[in-house]
Design a protein around this ligand. Structure first.
Ligand code: BTN
Length: 265
């Protein structure tokens, strides 16, 4: 991967300017600076290595050289200040990756609401959207996507609920990163045009992990909520059927979801 080959391979997608960095702290942070300097819609940052990548809920996301896709796409159109639209941008990243893994390799990837992509219950990709405001208007959103391509991408810290995996582990053969990147971006651009459509919601719901299964949703603000996933509400909130409170919608935010072990039902 290098600047010239990336520009060539991605040229048919009509993105904004592309910046390839061999090593950077975080592509999302680089993109945020670029936004403040006037980066246009669909400007793209790609890094081979991240030394201080950002994850959700303040977590770190390290990217070892040559092992992963670490990208940030700057979005300046199709943006609405509605909370639901911002939630849909996270889904856009996860949906683009899941659909691409299926189309290219027949891999059954699922979206763990709101932002992870799982294969065989293991995390293969994380999405982090950071939005920049001017007053009450959205100035730009940075859509950051990290995909574990080879084994070296898997972090040493083990998340016991969702241990990580990589695409090469799943496929058992090497993967060409620039081709994968091209396909993910093509899928993302196609779905961006339909962001507010019912079709988008249906596709998102089709790819949802743990549908009809019992999960626990935790967040910093509320006490843990246990329920069976019914699907998505029109605004992208997760619809749960709880034992005590009937149907409850969980809004996009700082939430964490995990399956319930050995649920009696
Ligand atoms: C998560 O699962 O917590 C989200 C991880 C998002 C990681 C990607 S890698 C490219 C982009 N740059 C960052 O600093 N983070 C995102």
């Amino acid at each position: 991967m290098d600047q010239a080959s990336l520009e060539k391979i991605l040229s048919d997608l009509h993105l904004g300017p592309v910046r390839y960095l061999q090593t950077i702290g975080s592509t999302n942070e680089f993109a945020a600076r670029w936004v403040s300097q006037g980066a246009p819609d669909l400007a793209l940052v790609v890094a081979d290595e991240q030394t201080a990548g950002r994850g959700r809920q303040g977590h770190r996301w390290y990217t070892q050289p040559g092992s992963a896709l670490a990208i940030s796409l700057i979005l300046r159109s199709h943006l609405s200040p509605k909370e639901s639209s911002i939630g849909r941008l996270t889904a856009l990243g996860a949906l683009a990756v899941s659909s691409t893994l299926y189309k290219l390799y027949g891999v059954d990837a699922k979206i763990k609401w709101p932002n992870d992509v799982l294969v065989n219950g293991r995390k293969i990709c994380g999405v982090l959207v950071e939005t920049y405001w001017l007053g009450d208007q959205v100035h730009a959103s940075v859509l950051g996507i990290g995909v574990n391509v080879s084994h070296a991408a898997i972090p040493p810290v083990v998340d016991l609920t969702f241990p990580a995996t990589s695409l090469e582990q799943v496929l058992d053969h090497p993967v060409e990163r620039t081709h994968l990147l091209h396909e993910i971006l093509a899928e993302l651009l196609a779905w961006r045009d339909q962001l507010e459509s019912d079709r988008f919601l249906q596709q998102w719901q089709k790819l949802l992990a743990f549908i009809n299964e019992w999960v626990i949703v935790t967040s910093e603000r509320n006490s843990p909520l246990e329920g069976r996933i019914l699907g998505l509400r029109a605004d992208g909130a997760l619809q749960l059927l709880t034992r005590d409170a009937g149907q409850v919608a969980v809004k996009f935010g700082e939430v964490h979801l995990r399956p319930v072990d050995n649920h009696p039902e």
